[in-house]
Unconditional design. Sequence first.
Length: 431
Amino acid sequence: MKVKPAGSIQGIVELPGDKSISHRAAIIAAIADGTSRLDNFAASADCTSTLDCLRPLGVEIRRDGSTVFIDGVGKFGLKKPEAPLNCGNSGTTMRLLAGILAGQRFKSVLTGDDSLVKRPMRRIIEPLEQMGATIASDDDKAPLTIHGRYPLRAIAYHTPVVSAQIKSCVLFAGLYANGETSTIEPSLTRDHTERLLPLFGVRVGTDGGPASKIRFIKGTSRPTATELMIPCDISSAAFFLVAAACLPGSELTLPNVGTNPTRTAILDVLECVGAKLPPRKDAERRGEPADTLTISGGLDEQEAPLVIEGAAVADLIDEIPILAILGTQLANGLEVRDAGELRVKESDRIHSVTENLRRMGASVTEFDDGFHVERSQLKGAVIDSFGDHRIAMAFAVAGLLADGETEIVGAECADVSFPEFFETLASVVKS
């Protein structure tokens, strides 16, 4: 994919449905009683992988455009798959579905593509084995052979790393446990699972307060079908928001974007550096807030580097690649620390970001747990996506800000989260 410099970003962008919510809604609907309707279901290859894994488990699924109908088989209705379940590139599919499969009375195998089978799975193997499942792996990586058990043992699990996937995996397994299962997080992560389960009739308890880090679920719970409108993906919006903010004269509107407070740190960062974002009017839509976001081009001069570290990293983990591009436009640059988790994503994102920024002439320093990038005039270059969708999309935005043409090798990996990303971006770019 070749990207030329842009003058501004103008127009309205209809974004795909939220990927995190789509995964979780499909999995819960599969074990619910009755037929669920999920509108604005994500078009991403990752979410398609989730649907493709549910079908061999006996779940009937129909798609009509962006609407997905799932005929739930009930909590105990999944059947033993005849072959390994291929999660593609989707770590969310593997980690969340493992929680459900741990509570079944059959053996199943979860595998994935060359990237996914290199990603760490000990983080879910450990709690599921504590609950009574037996899981064989390749040095704590996929393929995962899950020997399920029912009932599982209820546990109180302290998640060792900040991860909504671990929390969701344990809560899903808790549906098949013989008591009350709880998860305790070091800091609050995205809470889509906790918001979705009550919509399917499953109560999730907390230790009280909006910043609760403890979640409880009872093994006696049974999901029932529901209808759901999924908001648009704020992580997809981030690429367009940063592009518009960095290009003076831009005016961009993004309708129906999910504004769950565990996901809006990207908006806080943009406001911090002077991006023109009007006050939000979040509208609650069956568990998830959403809003129409508008942004105007232009950034303020900063007196100090923008620093992302500590608990803030978990809130921005998906947006750090595009924030690296933002950093090249800030007077005092950007520094990211405490982000070692980026090294075990779809690519080693710390290396992917710093290597590609160097190719574009940026001044950047790589750390074990992050990087520092200084304000730089980017130059068109040949970019390696490293097979990572967020790297491909972030450096498409970098190409809009660069002098000369930028070529992104392996750009098709954007399909993992946003199949029409490049066409959508081109539709609002003005020379």
